[in-house]
Design a protein around this ligand. Sequence first.
Ligand SMILES: [Zn+2]
Length: 459
Amino acid sequence: MKLQAFLSSRVVTPEGTRPAAVLVEGETIRAVVPLDQVPANAAIHDFGDAAILPGLVDSHVHINDPGRAEWEGFDTATRAAAAGGYTFVVDMPLNCLPATTTVASLEAKRAAAHGRCRVDWAAWGGVVADNQSEIEALAAAGVLGFKCFLIHPGIDGFTMVTEQQLRAALPAVARTGLPLLVHAELAGPIDAATEILAEADWRCYSTYLQSRPEEAELAAIRLLLSLCREYDFRLHIVHLSASSVLPELSAARSEGLAVSVETCPHYLHLTSDAIANGATTHKCAPPIRSRENCEKLWQGLRDGVIDFVVTDHSPCLPAMKRLDEGNFRTAWGGISSLSVALPVMWTEASRRGFSLSDIARWMAEGPARLAGAQKHKGQITPGFDADFVIFDPESEFVVTEERLHYRHPLSPYLGEQLRVIVKATYLRGEPVFVAGKFPAEAVGREFRPRPREGGSKSA
Ligand SMILES: [Zn+2]
């Protein structure tokens, strides 16, 4: 079997960052050895002082395929992922048609993905108003967990769940041992705020921000924590934006509840005071909040209350952003960032004194654990897939449309100078992105959980 050695003065492993050679046999990491112990028969890739990190893992991506592939699609989403240093993405069950809420729809997704992926992928299943009886079959068929909405998701084809419908689903979810990912905003506080804003100027970002108050997240998370106590399932809060919830999440951890939390690069980099009127590229839900809130989210990461960072890559057709009218009420909410999430994060993290190890924990190891891939993805450790991202941590670039690589180059980051140019991405030992090009065929495949690895309650 082909033996390769990946050399660098900065190899980021769970034990720390050091000069090392990562030995790869076939698709798998065999050993991490000192630089003077590389076997003579190994093909050598010497990256000098460029850092080698585990391939990034994004457990929150909307690929929109099948059914809305004109919004994105497996080919363009995984191309952008490879360019951004990601080697494994997990697709959300909505925005595609059919939504991934039955075994038949999961099979339709597999057919859509076949032969079109540049990185590995897997699927979340949906928990919707009426599919409680499908949940365990979906788990057996290979979804990595489930996603639901406590508020209307803003798109047809995927229904929200009421508390009652959620209660009907939770015993089945708990039996699968898989996590339930929840969009945690409740409609009550949002409807009340929006009613008052009926006559407000919806070109102003502040109007949109007022319409989605932190109380909506707080109320939803309180409900979820109480359901978690009652039904004993693995709860995961997606895209936390409201920092005011952090103390309650911290207390829930101390109590021993199986709850995990993610946030996104846009909440950690963009702030409401800097969003121009009409700049609907910045619209997402929950919303980007104040500078002070942003700093508190960083503190949440520092304290470990927030476990990791994923993109919530959520594309749409350009017209849906309604940039001509700039109306935050009617524009699509979603930010695409697979190709620039690492630069956004390293730009912010490096100036706050965080290390490459923190990036590896937040953007590879943590999401891999949620996805049940913690023994295969997200670490440079013997026995794991030979997935790497290689970059010079001191390099900088300006975000242009050409660097985005996803289908429609919409981005709130265009024109920004960011730190880290991804030099190369390797998937199971093969280069999938090198110096701006995509050398390999679409060699990505579905990651399927192995028997006996699921069922862990550790979030
Ligand atoms: Zn999402």
